[in-house]
Design a protein around this ligand. Structure first.
Ligand code: ARG
Length: 593
């Protein structure tokens, strides 16, 4: 379905043409003076130079051609040459009727869907999830859902950090604590136990302990590196132990991501591509891309147009060890071979901007990807506390994801109970807890997604959980409000099927209808710019327009049945569009709150 603004622009373009001017001058925009008009077109201003005429003359010529327009009820040429437009009710009604019956509300799906891989989440095995991982998961999940909604094929990959020194540290610390385990006995030839010799909470305590020791004690660190090396060269007991670490961690990660309503298609990790590295390195050497510099193997990636220094991409360290880059390059190789994506999107902290620039340049230069393959890194900002510094727990530590969620849900529970009391009903504890989980997740996700990804934001529990303002709970509250009106309508014997949208009766209703009609433009922009914040901005406006209409209209007590049914149809469409939007943002609405 064409976007409303395009239909409006086309109608304007035809009028410009009929009056003897260029069609392209018809480009219309949403009015920035809603008190004067709904849309506006500044084409006459732009045409003045070309046609050597006063802009107002051109505007008047064009307006004269639109007196019979089926799109506009009003076209005013105003000095110095603006065209102020109002849309006809019939045209608008026809448009949203088509939207309501179309698949996905008439959003334009592509003829040739793209295959997109999204690398997000990026948790590190054996380390607890922290607030940075929250942003990667929340934004990545939404970008994935938006792209799917737009009709593309999307594969989400968690890309775990499951290789390298962190694993060696855990293994060495375990050896210190439980040296009698068969995994450390080189002469052991039997079957290793099925059960891991630790639980997840032990594991989460082991890593920080080991990491702290290695920072203080060079010998300890040396031993951990040795354990890493033994693991990587395939020592049987070390591999078995590593499998246990992976299994215990993944089970815990799955639970965590499930609570966040985040789902990955692939649970691959850094370890999965290690076997590809030797051949990849040989290839880079043989083709002359990689050379030895100060003992290390590097690929130059600087370009003439660079304004800042872009250091070479290091492929192997001087001791022959591979690096984070090497693994990422091998992962690109594997993804291209196995899935042939048109585009790969990465979500990490923006401090990795330069890193990904190097990796992408290296992948292009060494032809690991096709020239047309898109590689995109979306670097996100930091989650700050009210003091503007990275968010800390009350105890002053880096907050774990679980604590963060618990803090929000606790506050949400308090507000839900308070709200129900204010409205004169008592919620059951069970229901209140269930609702606070649903709404709390929306509060966190919306609080994050409503910002441009690259921006830092303040983790403000009080604001995020508020039922008013630009928040998740406000949007959910609006949906719940609509649901309750629809339920009342049904109680009165009304049916929600076979309703027909009617022409808007007043200004607030028309404003709501026009906001609904913007849906496909908003979703398309969110997809194209990988910007879930555009969906948030859209639903915030939509919820505002709905609430304005709601406060000015007595729906349930309306006597004229046809009028009432038309409004109910409008409510159904508003609910459906709001729900489609929160679905792509990755959260849901409760039945009541
Ligand atoms: N594990 C990494 C971290 O915690 C993030 C991985 C991001 N993805 C990637 N392909 N490098 O920082």
């Amino acid at each position: 379905m064409k976007k409303l603004l395009d239909l409006i622009s086309e109608e304007m373009g035809r009028a410009f043409e009929a009056a003897g001017y260029g069609n392209e001058l018809g480009r219309a925009t949403l009015s920035n003076r809603p008190d004067l008009c709904e849309y506006q077109c500044n084409g006459a201003m732009a045409g003045a130079k070309v046609y050597k005429k006063a802009p107002i003359v051109i505007a008047q010529d064009v307006a004269a051609r639109l007196s019979e327009s089926r799109v506009f009820s009003e076209v005013n040429a105003v000095p110095p040459g603006f065209l102020n437009l109002k849309v006809k009710e019939d045209f608008l009604t026809e448009y949203i009727r088509e939207m309501a019956s179309a698949k996905k509300f008439g959003v334009n799906t592509p003829e040739n869907p793209k295959k997109i891989m999204i690398d997000y989440g990026g948790p590190n095995v054996a380390k607890p999830l922290h607030v940075g991982h929250l942003r990667s998961a929340v934004i990545g999940e939404s970008i994935k859902r938006i792209a799917r909604f737009m009709g593309h094929e999307v594969i989400g990959d968690i890309h775990m950090g499951d290789w390298g020194l962190q694993m060696g540290l855990v293994i060495y610390e375990l050896q210190q604590r439980q040296p009698q385990l068969p995994y450390f006995d080189d002469s052991f030839e039997g079957e290793y136990p099925d059960e891991a010799p630790f639980t997840i909470s032990e594991l989460e305590e082991i890593y920080p302990a080991a990491s702290a020791k290695s920072k203080e004690d060079p010998v300890y660190k040396e031993k951990a590196m040795e354990a890493t090396f033994k693991l990587q060269s395939g020592v049987r007991g070390y591999r078995a132990l590593w499998n246990h670490i992976l299994q215990v961690s993944v089970a815990d990660l799955k639970r965590n991501y499930e609570n966040l309503n985040v789902e990955f298609d692939l649970w691959k990790g850094e370890s999965d591509v290690q076997a590809l590295i030797p051949d990849m390195v040989d290839y880079m050497k043989e083709e002359g891309y990689a050379y030895i510099s100060e003992g290390a193997l590097v690929v130059d990636v600087k370009e003439e147009t660079d304004t800042k220094e872009i250091p070479p991409c290091m492929i192997l360290k001087s001791d022959g060890a591979s690096l984070y880059n090497t693994t990422d390059l091998a992962t690109i190789l594997e993804r291209m071979n196995q899935y042939h994506p048109d585009k790969i999107i990465y979500l990490t902290d923006k401090r990795q901007d330069l890193y990904f620039e190097q990796v992408f340049r290296c992948a292009r230069k060494t032809k690991l990807v096709q020239p047309e393959t898109q590689l995109l890194h979306i670097g996100f900002g930091t989650v700050n506390g009210k003091d503007g510094k990275p968010y800390k727990t009350r105890q002053g530590g880096v907050p774990r994801l679980e604590d963060l969620i618990a803090e929000i849900q606790e506050e949400m529970l308090r507000k839900i109970k308070e709200n129900s009391k204010a409205k004169g009903y008592e919620v059951e504890e069970d229901e209140a807890v269930r609702t606070s989980r649903i709404v709390g997740l929306a509060a966190i996700k919306y609080g994050d997604l409503s910002n441009q990804p690259a921006k830092d934001y303040i983790f403000d529990i009080d604001r995020f959980t508020s039922f008013e303002g630009d928040t998740g709970p406000y949007v959910l509250y609006t949906i719940v409000r609509i649901k309750s009106i629809l339920a009342k309508y049904k109680e009165q014997g009304g049916h929600l099927e076979d309703l027909t949208l009617q022409n808007a009766q007043n200004e607030s209703e028309k404003a709501l209808v026009m906001e609904l009609a913007r849906f496909n433009a908003a979703m398309e922009a969110a997809y194209e710019e990988s910007a879930p914040n555009k969906v948030c901005a859209y639903i915030y406006e939509l919820a505002n327009e709905f609430n304005r209409f709601y406060h000015e209209t007595k729906i349930i007590s309306e006597e004229d049945a046809q009028k009432k049914a038309g409004w109910i149809a409008l409510l159904v469409l508003t609910r459906d569009i709001l729900e489609a939007c929160i679905e792509v943002l990755g959260f849901k609405a409760p039945e009541r709150m």
